[in-house]
Write a protein that binds this ligand. Structure first.
Ligand code: AMP
Ligand code: ZN
Length: 469
């Protein structure tokens, strides 16, 4: 394979395609962001590790990226269909807060900050633009107004709906057919005013005297799907390169984004490449979700004394399109393996040589093959164990690979290594990574462990200094 070309699996065509950006010099990417009514769980974070690897792979191939992750802070109901409670309302209730637009924004700002902290802890690059859905009502209304004008949307007593029968390619992304079963799929809570049960809400009217935005199309809230169309078009243009999300977004959310965006702009395709990560499951086959007992946050991971970077490393051991089943033993194993990699790196000394061309090409080729991180990691191990390579070149090559992998080798560079046993050096490296991700609890635990083994660790301007007690 030519390592200057990237192949990406496009859900739209169900094949790996050679990636060709619309604008030669800039790739424009949108990732559906979290609904901020609670902490993100580690399944959500898998979606952002995947998008981070995608961005960093493109950068490794020398593309410039413009990237948006939105913050969903209104309009996302507990069901992907158009019924159920608003997730933000659910969050407000849980926290005993009033049901007002101000309280909603407060809740959103709080959980957005927590989300950003999670991204930092996992070495996930922050996007260039992080818009709140609630700041884009004007843009939503403009699109819905145009869809009504064009005759693709209609009003019922509770909202404005998109008429899918008018959009022949509606089933293209999901590959599902407009079969009688599909039409009856959402029978529970069927809305008799809809022309087709799969027609979806663009706008939901407020109940009498209820909360909502006063607009020219009525008082209410935007639908969840319209928000992503409005924000992506505003910041990335009417057509852009890549859109990401979890596979749960394929049949409804992204399908609806395509229908409404292409109808609004009159341009096809709305997005060139649609990419979706598979789920993180728990208990062998149960999707991790914010409701349910399998709700694990990054904070829980830290409280167990495991570094967020070890979780990132574990995620990278699976391909993004493969389902992964989470359990603590597997994560513990990943942390041990990461400690071993840190140990190998720390034995390399202080000199930085040249990046090894052949290993680099292989590494790049594997990433360029639809982001094959498991194989890219094998190249890192092979290279670090290669007896024919100089330590200085290994160091340079590891740091180069880490631009994509994000395992924090760079921050290990200042550990004073002289006469320190490998076990202590590994613990010190894990401590440094914990400090890097501001996990001071873990860092303290590691310091105690190092002390118990007869060594002392001090933080100086020149990095960690280890000495025998
Ligand atoms: P949400 O906050 O529910 O809107 O989800 C944010 C992102 O996480 C979306 O891209 C979802 O598709 C993704 N996601 C949700 N649950 C999981 C899971 N268990 N595994 C992987 N990705 C998930
Ligand atoms: Zn979205």
């Amino acid at each position: 394979m030519n390592s200057s070309k990237i192949q990406l699996y496009n859900t739209l065509s169900r094949t790996k395609e050679e990636f060709v950006p619309i604008h030669k010099d800039e790739v424009r990417m949108y990732s559906c962001g979290p609904t901020v009514y609670d902490y993100a769980h580690i399944g959500n974070l898998r979606a952002y590790v995947f998008a981070d690897i995608l961005q960093k792979t493109l950068e490794y191939y020398k593309y410039k990226i413009k990237r948006v992750i939105n913050i969903t802070d209104i309009g996302h109901l507990t069901s992907d269909a158009d019924d159920g409670e608003d997730k933000m309302a659910k969050g407000l209730k849980r926290e005993g807060k009033p049901f007002t637009l101000e309280a909603m924004k407060e809740l959103a700002v709080f959980y957005k900050e927590k989300f950003m902290e999670d991204l930092s802890a996992m070495n996930i690059k922050h996007p260039d633009i992080i818009p709140f859905a609630s700041d884009h009502i004007k843009e939503d209304v403009e699109i819905v107004g145009k869809l009504l004008e064009k005759g693709f949307a209609y009003k019922t007593s509770d909202g404005i709906y998109f008429e899918i029968a008018k959009f022949p390619d509606y089933w293209q992304l999901s590959g599902r057919k407009d079969s009688p079963e599909e039409k009856t799929e959402s029978r529970v809570g069927e809305n008799v005013e809809k022309k087709n049960q799969a027609d979806f809400a663009l706008w939901k009217f407020s109940a009498k005297d209820g909360l909502g935005y006063e607009t020219k199309i009525g008082k209410g809230f935007p639908g969840w799907h319209i928000e992503c169309s409005a924000m992506s078009i505003k910041y990335l243009g009417e057509q852009f390169d890549i859109h990401t999300g979890g596979i749960d977004h394929i049949p409804v959310h992204h399908t609806n984004e395509i229908a409404q965006s292409e109808t609004y702009t009159g341009k096809k395709p709305f997005v060139r490449v649609w990419m979706h990560n598979n789920f993180l499951d728990i208990n062998n086959g149960e999707k991790m979700a914010k409701s349910g007992d399998g709700f694990i946050t990054l904070q829980t991971v830290k409280e167990k004394g495991i570094s967020p970077i070890a979780y990132r490393f574990w995620i990278l051991m699976g391909h993004y399109r493969t389902k992964m089943n989470f359990n603590w033993e597997a994560l513990g194993g990943a942390e041990t393996a990461l400690g071993r990699l840190y140990g190998l790196y720390l034995e390399l000394g202080n000199d930085i040589g040249a990046v090894h061309e052949e290993y680099r090409n292989k590494f790049k080729e594997y990433l360029g093959d639809d982001l094959d991180t498991p194989r890219a990691l094998t190249i890192l191990w092979d290279m670090l164990k290669d007896p024919n390579m100089s330590p200085a070149d290994k160091k340079a090559t590891t740091l180069d690979f880490d631009k994509v992998l994000g395992l924090g080798f760079e921050s290990l560079k200042e550990v004073d290594q002289e006469e320190i046993p490998a076990e202590i050096a590994q613990l010190a490296a894990l401590r440094q990574a914990a400090r890097g991700s501001k996990d001071f609890q873990k860092s303290d635990e590691l310091r105690k462990k190092i002390n118990s083994l007869g060594y002392e660790i001090k933080d100086t301007d020149g990095g960690q200094k280890i000495s025998k007690i």
